[in-house]
Design a binder for this molecule. Structure first.
Ligand code: PDD
Length: 276
């Protein structure tokens, strides 16, 4: 494991932030989570697009430009000696005496690289249970903001119900998971919520869309409700960390399809694994 803070590579123990860091006091920042496979962050350019876009949307200027940031990440991977790992990157509005309005200080960039957090055994092979949970978030879910309180409360409710993920429902429609995107499969077509301000446009979601196009599987961006989810042939979740995990059933509501991973989820994940 290794850390990085504003120009310095440090051990995780040395990576400490001042009390008046705005990420800490206000959640005033954005983040990215990349998975590194054999030394290379998967879909790096798409992640960097989203990072700079998220920062722009909350008016934070990331000091390193894209080429510099790519070089820093490369050095982080090399110095860590990890061939595979998870990179967590956070940009905040910097360190300044507590005051809601923007300070005139440089933004702050920190990163860590750590070994992969592995999925529990059997998860991908057997599929998981999900809990339907109200989506209590704000109207800018497309920004990868540090403010994750509704997400962690939903995830904890899922865990306490014995589920892997909370599937969020807003105005009668499934938006996404608390830390993943959600899909159903019906009559051979994949359906998922459109990439609006109500979801985080996942990078794994972009990969799934490309694979579906390549394999001739329709990829329909149209929201669905809980009843349609329950009546689906298959369903699955994606994120950079979990790649693709099939949904076997909805807590308290019964199985989806056969209750075990279906052919479309299997085919998409097999191709995903080839691309990483
Ligand atoms: N979460 N939706 C939400 C709300 C998320 O938090 C995430 C990812 C995704 C999937 O995005 P991607 O495919 O780019 O990983 C969708 C990350 C992994 C996290 O918070 O750790």
């Amino acid at each position: 494991s290794l850390g990085y803070i504003n120009g310095r590579f440090v051990s995780l123990e040395e990576l400490v932030l001042p009390i008046e860091e705005r990420g800490h006091q206000f959640g005033d920042g954005v983040y990215e989570f990349f998975r590194v496979y054999e030394g290379h962050p998967f879909m790096l350019e798409e992640h960097l697009d989203r990072l700079y876009r998220s920062a722009d949307l909350i008016r934070i200027d990331i000091a390193p430009d894209r080429d510099e940031l790519r070089a820093i990440m490369d050095e982080l991977v090399t110095r860590s000696g990890l061939a595979s790992g998870d990179i967590y990157l956070q940009v905040t509005r910097g360190v300044a005496p507590r005051n809601h309005a923007f300070p005139s200080v440089p933004s702050s960039l920190t990163m860590t690289i750590k070994p992969w957090r592995e999925l529990a055994p059997g998860v991908r092979e057997q599929g998981v249970q999900v809990l339907l949970h109200p989506d209590e978030r704000w109207l800018n879910c497309h920004i990868k903001s540090l403010n994750l309180l509704p997400n962690i409360l939903a995830k904890q409710a899922a865990v306490e119900a014995g589920c892997f993920e909370a599937v969020l429902v807003r105005d009668g429609f499934v938006t996404e998971g608390s830390s993943s995107n959600a899909y159903l499969v019906r009559d051979g077509a994949i359906r998922t919520h459109p990439a609006t301000n109500h979801i985080l446009g996942g990078i794994a979601r972009i990969a799934v869309r490309r694979i579906a196009e390549e394999q001739g599987i329709p990829f329909i961006e149209e929201a669905f409700g809980p009843e349609e989810l329950l009546a689906a042939d298959e369903a699955f979740l994606t994120s950079s960390g979990i790649e693709l995990v099939p949904i076997a059933g909805v807590h308290g509501r019964g199985p989806i399809g056969s209750g075990s991973p279906g052919p479309v989820a299997r085919a998409i994940h097999a191709r995903y694994a080839e691309l990483t």
